[in-house]
Design a protein around this ligand. Sequence first.
Ligand code: SF4
Length: 485
Amino acid sequence: MPPVPTSSTAPAPTTGRRSLAPVVVSVAPGSPGERAGLVVGDEILRVNGETPRDIIEWKLATDDADVELDVLRGGIELDVAVAKLAGEPLGAEVSSAVFDRVRTCDNHCEFCFIYQLPKGMRRSLYLKDDDYRLSFLYGNFTTLTRFTEADLERVVTERLSPLHVSIHATDPDVRSQMLKNPRGGMSLRWLRALLDHGIVVRGQIVVCPGVNDGPVLDDTMAGILDRFPDLDSVAVVPLGVSRFNGEAAMREHTTAEARDVVDTVADWQDVFRSTVGRRMVYAADEYYLMADRPFPPAETYDGFPMHEDGIGMARTFEAEFEGRADTTTGVQRGFFAAVDAPPNPAAYTALHAGSCGAGSSGAPTASTTVTLGPRRDAPVGVLTGALGERVIRPLIEGLGRRDVRTIAVDNRFFGGNTGVTGLITGADVSRVLADEPDGHRYLLPDVCLSDDDRFLDGVTLDALPRPVEVVATDGAALRAALERS
Ligand code: SF4
């Protein structure tokens, strides 16, 4: 049924808050939305009479049979009746994940990487979100300092699970100091409440040397065992320091400090196994690289529940590359996930079904040739971050192919200890490629690109000095790309 104007003259009642309404960005051909006359640019004011606050409510509301939409198009409000079956996708993708504004954080952590960004990047990168909805949708971590009783009710009612919670320390004073927020100490009561209601919660501890390592980390592990033994898992990750860090107390780990953290996690894994029957806590891959220790065996990651947080990525990549994995794990975007990920209902559906990994794919993914490049039998350079290179190089050397090499991209843009592949910028890739020969194939992992194929610094692929092939960030895709030459 075509859209029906409700009034051609009266201004739409929500015109003053138009920017908060979801906007249709695509309509699938043949879908119920297209048959009903939805078009790109339509603002959805109400679904079945209710204003959706976010993509979660949008998806739940449009799951019904025969949906009634109030749509604003060209300043005119229309009724759009969508005939569909219950559970059938509406077929319209909307522009954002949160329509009533992302809840920003009121903490002022000295270790916050957003404070360490240079000036002049995309404005959205500076958004300090502390929104449980983005935690559910994208795996962003929330501190729960702005969580409310109403939020708890919604999370429990709609089963928004799993959620991801920043713990950092269980000692209330230490946590308040780290978050620079007096509510930091008490807000972990919400974590207890979430767990009591059966919500799956994954925790994170960002370890800042001299602040919450050593005895404080031991105390936090004891606090987790005592108060939160039903957490799904806890990632222990190192502080990231960029060259724009202005906090003197925030510094990189020494090798000895990294080894202490690795040992502490191993000791507590033993304690957790003997008390709650599972390892519970895992150190980030970066720690093993910093400590110059081998990665733990794959089976000690218990199914890699926190792969998206950099836990066990090296072991999964290795298994994928060597053809020992049934599925691939896909992109790990880190803390800019919600900025660049497409907030579409399909992503929501996948997450709601329990798949933890926006952007991940279930099957080995082929590379995408971005521009007409060199011959298939040309030598190959695999671009990767400084840390990723230490994982990938041994795998490539194991192939015994002299025509394939890794090319580590030093992160001079962010500097400091920034070595993860997901933070590689176009400026650094351009600098490195400018010194590489013409006529070679250059493979670039997709983790360092947004969905519109831009690097974090806004550089586009066609601005690079050599053509690159974008390859899904998993071992199977890299292996497949190399086998095509
Ligand atoms: S680290 Fe997270 S909680 Fe702390 S200030 Fe930054 S965004 Fe807020």
